[in-house]
Design a protein around this ligand. Sequence first.
Ligand code: URA
Length: 301
Amino acid sequence: MSKEPRDDSVGALAADLAAHLEHLERFGGVRYLDAPAPRSGGGSGANPRSSPGATAPGSERAFTSAGRPQEQLAAGAVAAAPGGSRQQTADPASWTPAQKLIHLQQRVIGACRRCPLCETRRNIVFGEGSARARIMIVGEAPGAEEDNTGRPFVGAAGQRLNSWIEAVGLERRGVFIANVLKCRPPNNRDPFGPEVMACSKFLRAQIRAVRPALLVALGRFAASALLGRPVRMNQAMGRLHSYRDPRDTGERPVCVLYHPAYVLRQDRGPDTGEIGKPENEKVIEELRRAVAEVFGANGPA
Ligand code: URA
């Protein structure tokens, strides 16, 4: 039984519901999320079966829904393809992480229409980075710039996230960056329960594909989704938590950090106009400590 105070916020309830449905599906044999039905017209996101740019898993290029190559994922896919082969191995159990990600992106998520966000999005923001990353960073949902480009964390919050990654001696291209929701909620509103229910399953599949040794949750929403319970930031920061997936073996440590958008808001002190030091420094310190705890002094290989 959690000792956390009860949190009835939409995000917390949505995370609970998503975890419950995941459990039902796993143990009750109920299937809640089917492969996308290809539909012509309406909404955005390229249909992988009809897009001229789409390629089979294991091939050299992966595309965002906007049809642009995802360089890092594409590079991972080439490196990971057995013997550089363009053939997809029949047995999914033998797929490389990159092959699993490409399959998830193109064949499972496809031109997703599982929730109403498909009507307002410009691009599905699948995520990007090394398919063999030891660290996966998880945000809440794409914002305007992410929706426009099809890439996660490329706006102001992304710049701040990049600075944290560099401050602890890592490279953005060496980690994998994803969000709980793959489509932008209109006006960046909080995600709704059914949206989380429809989408968090893809995040779990991404984690099973990449198998990171450390998960980093940015903000309360991502933390609640990963931990399967309502999270209060001030209680959650400062120690590692545990991510579990009944469809996977073992547990993965989770480091909970403030969302960069929140830290950016703290920056704008009305008096000084200075960069808001305490929250920013706290995040860097926490991230550095988590990386050292999980990987030792030399960091991830
Ligand atoms: N905020 C998020 O949570 N994710 C993004 O990709 C961008 C901003």
